[in-house]
Design a protein around this ligand. Structure first.
Ligand SMILES: Nc1ncnc2c1ncn2[C@@H]1O[C@H](COP(=O)(O)OP(=O)(O)OP(=O)(O)O)[C@@H](O)[C@H]1O
Ligand SMILES: [Mg+2]
Length: 499
């Protein structure tokens, strides 16, 4: 009857420790379509996909492939049916090379027991070329930025045959240029008849790439429709369950900016590419750094924060020269960094929400040798409220939080240290549209109290909403600088970056 569907998930239920996460969810995918799966942070998107890929078992429900009921008991079953997933949490092995990562699980390239290095190198080169990814197949993954890792993760899943490819926020750290590389690939896959399930919090992408959309809210279906029968405002309303006025709206805040500098960076040199970076940040100012993948944005923030070695350069905080050689130095100088790679650098995944938030705040919470438990509870509970972090308990290990909610924990924990200078690397990557607006407001309020903020983001709409001034970085150099009020549109900024 339903031959047109390659995949049908019917009446899917799933609870974790008695907490309902998916309730009677239906999700149907046609052959060769791009089907967007959308919903707020914690709506259940990743969980539904993990059921489809055999990572979790559903409590109740039916899975059909080409109209036939099948059982997916483990990831191997899913593979057998040609179902592949690019996980939100990257699955690359950092100590292996790009080539080894891509072909790690592919059988035909093994000869006896040894992997034939030359063959995997050649195959990798070909694949990377096809993808327009400018990376050495022999480079270790640990030496690459998050953006490249995302592209490699995608290339890896494409190296294997798939009928159904699931992409869980594939573009979270990709800028527009790199996103277009991915979209071209999606087009090619569609032509081959591959179905793609596309999860993203970037609304403009969904309109560019999807044929149909399914929206989940709190673990339940809200609507499934053709993409051209719905608009962005409606999608947001269905997702959030209420009207959300302008998500990203810029506010002129000249009167909030002081003439004194809170941070001065002088001739900072990180390596042979990223050289002689100089800029100043005023009290109350929000400064953006825009640039392509590999332009050095993250490296500059890391060097200021003391986790990346500097070859040369001076950092002044409130006019005073400050030596920053470690995270400890940075914290005591009043600098905080919300890192791009939150799972590795931002959180202790095994620890609870509470432990993660209080970690950098311990000093303040110590009350004559004992931790003030009342203060801890208050700090954690206000953070959860302010950032609308979805968790059923403050003691829940953060690895069980949804991706977007993990990101909110990282931002909360650093903001609560009350730094003078806040460095944010892709602060709203993976965060839903409702929470994006909230985070922008929180950043603004923080700056209003006379602090300095630097934002790196590949989402131009975000930079334009929150920044007072934007530096353009290209191949490790600042090539231009604009006041926000002089930038008329996203296209103007896009053009400035790609020069
Ligand atoms: N293994 C687990 N144990 C307990 N709770 C879990 C587990 N996995 C997911 N959850 C909970 O299930 C809910 C749905 O999570 P899921 O990761 O599916 O959300 P999501 O829609 O992918 O959100 P995001 O957009 O933030 O990635 C969340 O409240 C999360 O805390
Ligand atoms: Mg998710």
């Amino acid at each position: 009857m339903n031959e047109q569907y390659i995949l049908e998930l019917e009446g899917i239920h799933k609870s974790f420790n008695g907490v309902k996460v998916l309730e009677n969810v239906n999700f149907k995918v046609k052959a060769g379509e791009v089907h967007a799966l959308v919903g707020g942070n914690g709506a259940g998107k990743s969980t539904l996909m993990k059921i489809l890929t055999g990572v979790y078992k559903c409590d109740k429900g039916v899975i059909k492939i080409n109209g036939k009921v099948i059982k997916i008991e483990d990831p191997n079953d899913a593979k057998k049916y040609g179902i592949r997933m690019i996980f939100q949490e990257l699955s690359l092995v950092p100590t292996l090379t790009v080539a080894e990562n891509i072909f790690l699980t592919n059988e035909p390239i093994t000869k006896g027991f040894a992997i034939n290095k030359r063959i995997i190198q050649e195959k990798t080169s070909k694949l990377l070329k096809e993808f327009d990814i400018d990376v050495d197949p022999n480079a270790r993954v640990s030496s690459l930025g998050v953006g490249y890792c995302q592209l490699i993760e995608i290339a890896k899943s494409l190296a294997t045959e798939a009928n159904i490819l699931i992409m869980d926020e594939p573009t979270a750290s990709l800028s527009e240029a790199e996103t277009n590389i991915l979209f071209n690939f999606i087009k090619k896959l569609k032509e081959k008849g591959v179905s793609i399930i596309y999860i993203s919090h970037r609304m403009n992408e969904i309109f560019k790439v999807a044929d149909r959309i399914t929206i989940l809210r709190d673990g339940k279906n809200v609507i499934t429709t053709e993409i051209d029968k719905i608009n962005i405002q409606e999608i947001i309303e269905y997702m959030m369950g209420s009207k959300v006025e302008k998500i990203f709206e810029w506010q002129e805040r000249d009167q909030m900016i002081d003439n004194d500098y809170i941070l001065e960076v002088k001739e900072l040199t990180v390596n042979s590419q990223i050289k002689d970076i100089s800029f100043k940040l005023k009290k109350g100012e929000i400064l953006g750094i825009a640039g392509l993948m590999g332009s050095g944005r993250t490296e500059i923030l890391e060097a200021i924060f003391g986790i990346r070695e500097k070859i040369k350069g001076e950092i002044l905080i409130e006019g005073k020269r400050t030596e920053i050689k470690s995270v400890k130095d940075a914290i005591s100088a009043g600098i905080a960094l919300v890192p791009e790679n939150r799972r590795e650098q931002g959180l202790v995944l095994m620890h609870s929400v509470k432990e993660n938030i209080i970690l950098p705040n311990l000093q303040r919470l110590l009350h004559v040798f004992a931790i003030n438990t009342k203060k801890v509870k208050m700090l954690v509970e206000t953070s959860i409220k302010e950032f609308s972090i979805k968790t059923d308990s403050i003691n829940k290990p953060v690895r069980f939080l949804s991706g977007g909610n993990q990101q909110k924990v990282v931002i909360a924990k650093w903001l609560k240290t009350n730094p003078k200078v806040l460095l944010l690397d892709e602060p709203t990557a993976g965060v839903d549209v409702g929470a994006k607006g909230e985070i922008v407001n929180i950043i603004r309020e923080f700056a209003n109290s006379g602090k300095g903020v630097i934002v790196v983001s590949s989402e131009l709409a975000e930079l334009l909403a929150v920044c007072d001034r934007i530096l353009i970085l290209s191949k490790g150099r600042i090539i231009n600088e604009y006041l926000r009020k002089d930038i008329e549109s996203e296209e103007v900024l896009q053009h400035a970056i790609q020069q």
